[in-house]
Design a protein around this ligand. Structure first.
Ligand code: XMP
Length: 208
């Protein structure tokens, strides 16, 4: 493994990026445009996988995906990591309707003993940070050797930063920084829809 990857790579910043046209087969979906295409995601996953693979050199990792949003990301990520790892999932729902997030609830308890194990939480997006914080606190209470986090997207909410309410939790591995817009695809949904898109798209909201 390249020594230059010993530090997490620079996170591609899409906060100011414009949207691209939605690829033809998906034009009937209610999207404003495409933020990240499938090739860009694939290329970035190679780097994230290398970063995580380095961590397996210090011992096996237990990858804990947060359902359902992390399912597609996790499936693609682990297939590029050749180090020793195990995969499991935990379910958390924010009971949101559309784009409005609500209270958090466990929907699937952890199925494995994580005591003394090196854990990597995998999620689709870090937004307010509430989900990752709740899962981290819970897993840390179970006595693991360490807990780290990997997210595909980190949303930048200017309003939270202005109010001094920026997420306190950080992910050690982040795929892309994105603007404060509701995104779907590649596992992310709106009301359960559009998870199957092979790219990340920005949703066409009724008021926009
Ligand atoms: P928090 O605010 O807890 O958000 O960091 C993380 C969870 O909220 C959901 N979320 C989104 N889902 N498009 C989605 O499909 C979005 O733009 C979005 N922003 C937040 C998601 O379930 C994530 O795990």
């Amino acid at each position: 493994m390249s020594p230059s990857l010993r530090r997490p790579s620079i996170i591609p910043d899409y906060r100011q990026s414009g949207l691209q046209p939605v690829p033809k087969p998906w034009r009937d979906f209610p999207l404003k445009g495409m933020l990240l295409d499938a090739d860009t995601i694939r290329a970035r996953l190679e780097t994230l996988a290398s970063e995580i693979q380095e961590q397996t050199e210090d011992g096996p990792l237990l990858m804990v995906g947060i359902l359902s949003g992390a399912s597609v990301f996790m499936a693609d990520l682990i297939r590029q990591i050749r180090g020793e790892l195990e995969v499991t999932y935990i379910g958390v729902s924010s009971y949101r309707s559309g784009i409005t997030s609500g209270s958090l609830a466990w929907t699937l308890p952890l199925q494995v003993d994580i005591k003394h194990r090196r854990v990597m939480i995998v999620d689709d997006i870090l937004d307010t940070g509430r989900t990752l914080e709740m899962v981290t606190t819970h897993l840390e209470s179970l006595g693991p050797a360490s807990v780290k986090r990997c997210v595909l997207l980190q949303k930048h909410r200017e309003s939270l930063h202005q109010e001094g309410d920026a997420p306190t939790i950080q992910a050690e591995h982040v795929g892309f920084l994105i603007p404060d817009t509701f995104v779907v695809g590649y596992g992310l949904d709106m009301d359960g829809q559009m998870r199957q898109l092979p790219f990340i798209g920005s949703v066409l909201l009724p008021e926009s």
